[in-house]
Design a binder for this molecule. Structure first.
Ligand SMILES: [Zn+2]
Length: 303
């Protein structure tokens, strides 16, 4: 990994040389985003501290409720309901540090793992994805590797290059001016992957695969996505679009699945399933109710 372009009001400094002084990332523990915290010793003697970008949007506060999400075999694939599934299913996906929590069928496991979950990973890592670059006296657009979007402690953005890139990359960058072509983020695939992991986690929390109308609709949407021809255009249902994915500003807790009670700015509350304490998916199933501490137990108050 090397320091890439840094920009704010000042013109971007490309390929500024520096040495990684310390890094917290998935080399530290699986499930922590790559380069979550990274400090660079720059050649001019300064130290550049970077971190995951602060989440933008409407602030919601959440309290985590302890839930025990242990390995549980439903005896059927929780997504398509085929009996006796045999594929070890990571919740959340393995690529973002999930552990094996249940079994799904091979088809659901493979299709979601290859078609949708990489887009959840891109989002999780705050990556721009695999970029193409052009510049200098090298012809054409070449593989520029992957770019991670991070920020300095004062909010300026920094791009870190990671992964394999074209052998001419250094020559292209030395020209001082490069053009980066960023792939379009696949929002629908990201949402389907988040819905799937939120749905399976919710089933695990309930230790059942519910047969309600809502659960049936979610499964139908996931199975349709699984079976669709690659490249075929589609729209997400209103239900799938209503299930939001939130990102937290907290430090990651790899492997943690928790139920979060969220409070919106207007005081309304809803539940979400939190993963690695990095992101949360709105509770996708029918509403669940938890008796508030101190509330009367109806069975006891009846005389
Ligand atoms: Zn299945």
């Amino acid at each position: 990994m090397e320091a890439g372009a840094e920009a704010s009001a000042a013109p971007p400094k490309i390929g500024q040389p520096g040495v990684i002084a310390s890094v917290t990332g998935h080399g530290t523990a699986r499930g922590i985003p790559e380069a979550h915290h990274l400090s660079l010793q720059m050649d001019d003697g300064s130290v550049l501290e970077t971190r995951m970008p602060t989440p933008q949007g409407v602030k919601i506060s959440g309290g985590l409720l302890p839930v025990n999400v242990e390995y549980f075999n439903f005896g059927e694939c929780p997504i398509c309901l085929v009996p006796s599934p045999s594929s070890r299913e990571h919740v959340p996906p393995h690529c973002i540090g999930g552990n094996v929590r249940t079994l799904t069928c091979e088809r659901c496991n493979n299709e979601f793992g290859s078609r949708f979950e990489p887009h959840l990973q891109t989002w999780y890592e705050r990556s721009l994805g695999r970029v193409r670059i052009s510049g200098g006296d090298v012809r054409g657009r070449r593989n520029g590797g992957q770019y991670l979007y991070r920020e300095t402690l004062t909010g300026e953005y920094v791009l870190f290059q990671t992964g394999r890139s074209d052998p001419n990359f250094d020559r292209m960058v030395q020209g001082g001016r490069i053009e980066i072509t960023v792939p379009e983020f696949n929002e629908k695939a990201f949402r389907l992957a988040a819905l799937k992991t939120g749905y399976v986690a919710a089933c695990l929390i309930m230790k059942e695969v519910p047969r309600t109308e809502r659960a049936t609709a979610i499964r139908a949407e996931l199975v349709a996505a699984r079976d669709r021809d690659r490249g075929e255009d589609y729209e997400l249902s209103a239900l799938a679009r209503s299930i939001q994915v939130s990102r937290t500003a907290a430090d990651p807790v790899p492997g943690e699945i928790a139920l979060a009670e969220m409070t919106e700015a207007d005081g309304s509350t809803f539940f979400a399933v939190s993963f690695n304490r990095v992101f949360a998916v709105d509770w996708p199933l029918d509403p669940i109710f938890i008796r508030e501490a101190g509330a009367p137990d109806p069975a006891r108050t009846q005389s």
